[in-house]
Ligand binder design. Structure first.
Ligand SMILES: Nc1ncnc2c1ncn2[C@@H]1O[C@H](COP(=O)(O)OP(=O)(O)OP(=O)(O)O)[C@@H](O)[C@H]1O
Ligand SMILES: [Mg+2]
Length: 406
């Protein structure tokens, strides 16, 4: 009769293409039960947005099919997003598994449009997603979501995010009494506002929090990098050299601050002609690829230049909602899956680093313990030597007495 070892051996031949590890050692097999040839378990994938979820599930089924002695097989497939940030170091936002900062060098490359549609694409896979509009000088997310009248409440000293299309949304735009009112604040106040939006908001359990940053390397991107541990930075650029050459500066800043780089998405990459159906690279090619090579970070997707994307943003009806089967929505979906996969890879790396740190600390402790016990045994040796000497001395002292008594 087939045994659990045999089942696990078969399952460990299935490799996660992103994490390059077998699914058993990654802990993806849960609640395994094997009774009299009836096999049951849960396959827990690392994110509902993984681009290889279908492939992994098929590989598992094929592997189990190869065990001929099984009578019945029942598999439940779930996904639990991995923690891509050091939550121990961040008790303030411990319920947010991943924080993704969306940055660019130049303004107007489409960060807000990309942040919003990626957040929606991730949410549509079943993940719990938040969107923080960190552009305090020029918040555009409320407009892009058609949330002009939304407001945020404060309960028990915590900001309650607004909700739209399944996203939890926070934006300075909800606070401005008049949408034309300018936010005239100096750096420290701006940093303070962002910190509050991050740590004083009741985000609840989130798999991904997307933070739409203003362009460049100012106070806001710097505050994000230095306030809390984040999963990493997603760079948005357009193909032109004028955009990618400036994006390099922003990337270099985060790199210098040791913030992980998730990858780069190229926006307005090409235009599909409705008449000839061909891709036209209006702004040239290769801008994002150049950054990806220079900083050794993955190229995660290209989004077409399309009037529907622009119209969706302007009218408060994002294309991921109004036209989810369009080529533009598909491009966002593909990029979102690649981003989720990169987050899982960074999470696995983080787990390994934490494991090796723990085992280093344990081995240091055990070294110290063995040093202490060596010292203790040396001390006890010395003590026993001393007591031997003392007893010799006392014997000698007693001896003359004995001789005198004789
Ligand atoms: N792929 C696209 N196709 C067509 N229009 C786009 C696309 N991406 C963005 N846009 C349009 O370009 C303009 C700028 O986009 P967006 O506001 O998202 O850029 P941004 O980088 O966030 O700007 P800022 O630096 O000011 O924050 C908007 O009008 C938006 O609708
Ligand atoms: Mg913007």
């Amino acid at each position: 009769m087939v045994g659990i070892d045999q089942v696990l051996e078969k399952l460990s031949t299935v490799i996660d293409p992103d994490l390059k590890k077998d699914i058993v050692s990654m802990g993806m097999i849960k609640d395994l039960e094997l009774n009299d040839g009836n096999l049951k378990f849960t396959l827990e994938l690392t994110t509902p947005a993984c681009p290889f979820n279908v492939e992994i599930e098929e590989d598992v089924r094929k592997a189990i099919d190869e065990i001929s002695e099984l009578k019945n097989f029942d598999m439940k497939v779930t996904a639990k997003v991995m923690e891509g940030r050091s939550l121990e170091a961040d008790t303030a936002m411990a319920t947010v598994k991943n924080i993704i900062g969306v940055a660019s060098g130049k303004g107007g490359v489409g960060k807000s449009t990309v942040s919003l549609n990626l957040a929606l694409a991730l949410s549509q896979t079943g993940a719990k997603v938040g969107l923080l509009d960190a552009d305090i000088y020029g918040p555009s997310i409320p407009l892009m979501l058609g949330m002009k009248k939304a407001f945020m409440q404060v309960e028990e000293n915590k900001l309650q995010p607004a909700e739209s299309n399944g996203l939890k949304v926070v934006s300075f735009g909800f606070f401005a009494q008049d949408s034309h009112q300018a936010a005239i604040y100096r750096g420290p106040i701006i940093s303070g506002i962002l910190k509050q939006f991050l740590v004083d908001t009741d985000w609840g359990d989130l798999d991904y929090l997307i933070v739409d940053l203003p362009p460049g390397t100012g106070d806001i991107p710097l505050t994000l990098a230095q306030t809390i541990p984040i999963t990493g930075i997603l760079v948005v650029t357009t193909p032109q050299d004028v955009a990618s050459n400036v994006a390099v500066k922003a990337v270099a800043m985060f790199d210098k601050l040791n913030v992980p780089l998730i990858g780069v998405v190229e926006n307005m990459s090409y235009f599909i002609c409705t008449k000839c159906d061909e891709k036209h690279y209006l702004f040239g090619q290769g801008g994002a690829m150049k950054i990806s090579e220079q900083f050794n970070m993955p190229f995660l997707g290209e989004i077409p230049l399309h009037s529907g994307i622009m119209a969706g943003s302007d009218s408060g009806k994002p294309i991921m909602i109004t036209d989810p089967d369009s080529p533009s929505a598909n491009a966002f979906r593909k990029s979102a899956k690649n981003i989720a996969a990169q987050c899982s890879i960074l999470a696995a790396k983080l787990q390994e680093e934490m494991k090796s740190e723990t085992s280093e600390k344990e081995s240091e402790t055990s070294e110290k313990e063995s040093e202490t016990s060596e010292k203790e045994s040396e001390t006890s040796e010395k003590e026993s030597e001393t007591s031997e000497k003392e007893s010799e001395t006392s014997e000698k002292e007693q001896a003359p007495e004995a001789s005198t008594s004789n």
